[in-house]
Design a binder for this molecule. Sequence first.
Ligand code: ASP
Ligand code: MG
Length: 461
Amino acid sequence: MKFGGTSVGSAARMKAAADLIATHAATRPVTAVVSAMSKVTDLLLDTTRLAEAGDQAGVDRNLEQLTTRHLETARELIPAAELDRVNHEIGDLVGEFRRITGGMSLLGYRPARAVDEAIAVGERLSALLVSEHLRSRGLAAEAVNAAQAIVTDAVFNNASPLMDATRVKAQARLMPILTAGGIPIVTGFNGATTDGRPTTLGRGGSDFSASILAAALGATELWIWTDVDGIMTADPRLVPDARILDEITYSEAAELAWAGAKVLHPRTIAPLVEHGIPVWSKNSFAPEKPGTRIVPKLTAGNSGAKAVTSMANVALVSLEPASAAVSGVHLMASALDALDRVNVEILAMSSSSYRQSFCFLVRNDEIDKAVDAIKVALSLEFAHGYINDVAVDRNVGLLAVVGEGMRGTQGLAGRIFTAISREKVNVIAIAQGSSELTISIAVRRDGLEKAVRAVHTECHL
Ligand code: ASP
Ligand code: MG
């Protein structure tokens, strides 16, 4: 079971999480994974930036806030006899964070690996509080730093798990607790390299931590507790009649997550595929609601589109050969290679003409990095005038219609485009892969919301 930041955001929320853990642990072994309390990771990151800038007063102010929040939470969760000891442990963890930021101040620099070691303190604090609270209720909970269970590569700030090594390490650390009837409370978000250097899995990575551990331990189910009722057919702020989906597939969930639905970290699904571990996305504020079940395969009677998502903060990049001297394939290969090297994600891509001008969408905050990398990679071609300048259009939005059941459904794409054009919204670029899982459509930014509503209605979502 994984609990997100709002699900452990206060003493009351931690009690509710502990209730859910205790209820389920009474019937079968449970491992819990916890995020930092809501907003704590932002606070910690901000503190590392202040340290780098040499703003000691700012650092102290933030650490004061961090300490107070956790001490106050502890006071409500931990009985008097244990409180001193727990307060001390909180102080030790904050002290560890302070020590690392002290190094950053001296250097005037925050190395990625030091940032990872520092910000995992948020999760270590919440794991401490949840486990101590469960212990005070007579349960054998034990806080575990995931650096002792999840083995990753050395891509600091955005590490990926090494699954074979993780299986060995996670089982060695967690199985003894579970077989003794205990409940490991593991930190989300972090891990460590083979040689023990601390890493993190990227923002929002606690979902990913939970799925990595579910796979490593051979879990029968993964429950992701958040603050919404489940995965929806659309963003309810854009589409008032959006509804919760009872069931979606792994592929659909992953597509929706990549296409901007906030409910699940995009990398969560991958570790679960091998053993087909089912996932529940549930609301810890309303646990009686059924939530959304995420299953390996489409079940019968589940056809057509499932959901529509949109991303407003995107940019469309177009590249066009200006001369026959450069092949379109060379252009694409060089551009893609450049994007890969700087770790830019392509949200959708399309190329449809004989002259192979091609375009792709990236997040707004990655656009400068993307264009710079392409200009370097193709500098000779630009210098010779073989390519027209890179065209960037920021006035676009991306809409994605997702559903495995769209495969082979004739007329669906036609209906979707007709629905969008009825709203007088022009389609700028489109992409549908041969899996027919997702149709991506770029439109003018100001037409995005209208288009989303039109598609939601047209597909009877
Ligand atoms: N606390 C981390 C973050 O805010 C990880 C998570 O919440 O999943 O990014
Ligand atoms: Mg979070």
